[in-house]
Write a protein that binds this ligand. Structure first.
Ligand code: ACO
Length: 211
């Protein structure tokens, strides 16, 4: 039996302004789409992501994905992570990752995401994060999900607000981003704060519809 109750998985669909959003486990055959979007959207992604050792294009070359995919899948099998792809109308458009899954008395994890620039502002990340949270609080059995975001990242802060995250404080010089340790806001949500589901809440707020 899988040690991870929530992986592999297929979540949704939810219909956002941009189309039908689904979230599913990453696949080996995501290589070409992943590399193409990551290389093309470097300027859009790099200001918000941890500093890497190799140059951006090298880290996102299509040949990197198989090794990365295998290590993500291995973490997923160990129950440490849920590495998911976001699809818009059936096409790969980003990633949603739940990491540092801790069981026992903590039952917590962090969530992170990116969505290609071309479809930004159409509710895709909001719908995907809602689906991810419902999965974490449902089949995965977590009690708390947290996220960290740079205060300057207005789009991501809007996504976190849209799905109901609560701010807990500022982590000073938390993460090395573009070569410097940057402050990050810590936001969190526990299962008690979600009567029903996050997706239902989005639908009631008019931000998505059941597809
Ligand atoms: N200032 C203020 N609000 C903004 C701005 C801006 N410059 N740009 C966009 N927004 C708002 C939009 O109006 C929208 O808010 P609304 O729904 O209340 O109208 C919100 O930001 C975007 O919501 P979605 O359309 O659901 O999100 P989208 O699919 O565009 O994806 C994301 C947002 C994921 C932040 C995307 O821009 C991205 O991938 N950025 C680069 C990587 C990144 O920042 N990832 C998140 C890191 S933090 C973390 O993972 C916890």
């Amino acid at each position: 039996m899988s040690r991870h109750p929530g992986w592999p998985a297929r979540l949704g669909p939810l219909r956002a302004a941009g189309g039908v959003v689904t979230v599913r486990s990453v696949r080996l055959r995501d290589a070409a789409a992943w590399s193409r979007l990551r290389v093309r959207d470097r300027a859009h992604l790099e200001p918000w992501e941890p500093t890497g050792e190799a140059p951006w294009d090298m880290r996102h070359h299509v040949s990197v994905w198989p090794g990365l995919y295998r290590s993500l899948r291995s973490e997923a099998h160990k129950g440490m992570m849920l590495p998911m792809a976001i699809e818009l109308d059936g096409r790969f458009c980003g990633q949603l990752t739940v990491g540092n899954v801790v069981r026992g008395a903590l039952r917590s994890a962090w969530i992170g995401y990116w969505v290609e620039k071309e479809v930004n502002g159409l509710g895709v990340a909001t719908a995907a994060v809602a689906l991810g949270l419902d999965h974490c609080f449902g089949p995965v059995g977590l009690h708390r999900v947290e996220a960290t975001v740079r205060p300057e990242n207005e789009a991501s802060r809007a996504v976190l607000r849209n799905v109901g995250f609560r701010e807990e404080g500022l982590l000073k010089r938390y993460l090395d981003v573009q070569g410097r340790f940057r402050d990050h806001l810590l936001v969190a949500m526990t299962v008690e704060e979600v009567p029903g589901t996050v997706s239902d809440r989005l639908v009631r707020a008019g931000r998505a519809t059941w597809s």
